[in-house]
Design a protein around this ligand. Structure first.
Ligand SMILES: Cc1cc2nc3c(=O)[nH]c(=O)nc-3n(C[C@H](O)[C@H](O)[C@H](O)COP(=O)(O)OP(=O)(O)OC[C@H]3O[C@@H](n4cnc5c(N)ncnc54)[C@H](O)[C@@H]3O)c2cc1C
Length: 445
């Protein structure tokens, strides 16, 4: 058994939450050891080579908005701001699969939403009044769903609120928390077009979010261990004393600490009594190997089809369907044919032959953002003074997204840096837990 260096922070899990925590700690001069079970970093946000298609693909299409301040801060810290691209203005092109009607939603710059007053910047067949009705979400109680708060018969619901809910919360409007959707609207459309400008990685998710972070960490002397799977933690009444990995254990010194940045289910397995969201929502992606016409949009939203969002990448057109319960059990060839109809329509391509495709089903892509599941999100501090939690499932106030994961990693790092418990240096450790976790607090050893 090796004894870790004093004052070291062990970050377990090298998804975006763990990477963000490690980057922030390392740049603050802390000694960091990053442990990752897999042979690669990035978790649910990464790229890999697909032998069948003969090219690199992303495990899912991830869209950022210019208002995602956590994600942009992270990219700046790892020197990767130059790896993302997007249109100069906030433009969201749509096509209706039934009528083949096309339009673009164009939120204007500044806080006053002038775009909802003009036909050419708002959704066709809608009125400004319909948009103002969404202010009701602001008063939604904790148990209200999006569908219960908005008028589902309106065109605006079908053509904007519903697709935005599903895309941002990976949850159907019938089940999604109205409060959480309001939070998303407030952070995006509520802050004007500047905050809504869409951004995507120029090359791939790993080239933007993962490889530059690993390079920065190595430069700053962090130790990165792949194939290092945490099996268990050893608990003392008020602290963690040991990390048990498949390959052996690490005893923690009195001022060592742990940021657990593994997915919710894994965290609940190693932390006794921890309550976490336990219902998941699937995402289905289809990657078609084909060229796109010059000047084709970076992405298109499809209303009333099977594909929901289609992204143009290098040599690939890529479909994303969130909250995909109704599609996830279809065969790959069925999905390929269903999606291609929408892709061909959106990008004005021939409907035959259907190009080679890779279908990727993520059955447990993110936790479901329903009111009941949100109440199960834990806070980042625990009753153990040197154990912090990070990940998209902790109580960030945001849905399970890149932005949420990165903010949680930054927050955990800040707590580790500022806290005054023996493992840390500085302020105090906040032991607040979410309601669900407070109820289970007594079960903690
Ligand atoms: C298909 C898909 C599409 C998505 N689209 C979007 C989008 O458009 N926009 C957006 O913002 N978000 C999107 N998301 C969500 C986003 O990817 C996640 O919220 C985010 O990546 C979660 O990061 P994380 O670090 O919390 O968790 P993870 O990425 O799950 O990272 C956890 C890490 O811990 C490691 N680990 C697990 N167990 C152990 C162990 N015992 N010991 C050591 N390591 C362990 C895992 O291997 C993993 O690397 C999408 C997700 C998916 C799956």
């Amino acid at each position: 058994m090796r004894k870790a260096e004093p004052g070291r922070v062990h970050v377990v899990g090298a998804g975006l939450a763990g990477l963000a925590a490690a980057v922030r700690l390392a740049s603050a001069g802390r000694s960091v050891q990053l442990h990752e079970a897999a042979a690669h970093a990035g978790g649910r946000c990464r790229s890999y080579f697909d032998a069948e298609l003969g090219c690199r693909i992303d495990n899912g299409n991830h869209l950022l908005l210019a208002g995602n301040r956590g994600a942009l801060d992270y990219l700046e810290r790892i020197g990767a701001l130059g790896t993302i691209e997007g249109p100069p203005d906030a433009v969201f092109p749509f096509v209706d699969a039934a009528t083949e009607e096309r339009w673009a939603v164009r939120p204007n710059q500044g806080f006053m939403p002038w775009w909802i007053l003009r036909d050419r910047t708002r959704v066709p067949a809608t009125k400004a009044l319909h948009y103002f009705a969404a202010m009701r979400l602001r008063q939604a109680d904790a148990n209200a769903t999006v569908a219960a708060m908005l008028d589902r018969r309106q065109t605006l619901f079908r053509r904007l609120w519903e697709p935005l809910t599903v895309a941002a919360l990976n949850t159907s409007a019938e089940r999604a928390s109205a409060r959480m959707f309001w939070r998303i609207l407030a952070e995006t459309l509520g802050r004007g077009g500047d905050a809504c400008r869409p951004l995507v990685p120029r090359m791939g998710l790993s080239e933007t979010f993962v490889e530059p972070a690993l390079a920065r960490l190595r430069l700053q002397g962090a130790e990165i261990r792949f194939g290092s799977r945490l099996k268990a933690l050893t608990f003392e009444p008020d602290r963690i004393s040991e990390l048990q990995f498949d390959s052996g254990s690490i005893r923690l010194g009195g001022d060592d600490s742990v940021i657990l940045a593994v997915p919710a289910a894994m965290a609940a397995r190693v932390v006794p009594g921890l309550v976490v969201p336990d219902l998941y929502s699937p995402i289905v992606n289809a990657h078609f190997r084909c060229d796109t016409p010059p000047g084709a949009p970076l992405f298109v939203g499809v209303i009333g089809g099977r594909a929901e969002w289609i992204f143009r990448k290098r040599g690939v057109l890529s479909v994303t369907v969130s909250a995909a319960d109704r599609l996830v059990d279809l065969s790959a060839s069925e999905l390929r044919d269903l999606f291609w109809r929408d892709v061909a329509l959106a990008y004005r391509l021939p409907s035959h032959p259907v190009p080679p495709a890779r279908i990727v089903k993520e059955r447990r892509a993110t936790f479901m953002a329903s009111p009941q599941q949100l109440s199960r999100r834990p806070e980042q501090t625990t009753t153990w003074s040197n154990l912090l939690l990070a990940g998209d499932y902790v109580n960030t106030g945001l849905p399970a997204t890149i932005e949420g994961a990165i903010r949680s990693g930054f927050a955990a790092a800040r707590l580790a840096i500022n806290s005054s418990n023996p493992a840390f240096t500085g302020g105090g450790v906040n032991k607040s837990m979410s309601k669900a976790n407070q109820q289970h607090d007594h079960a903690l050893p």
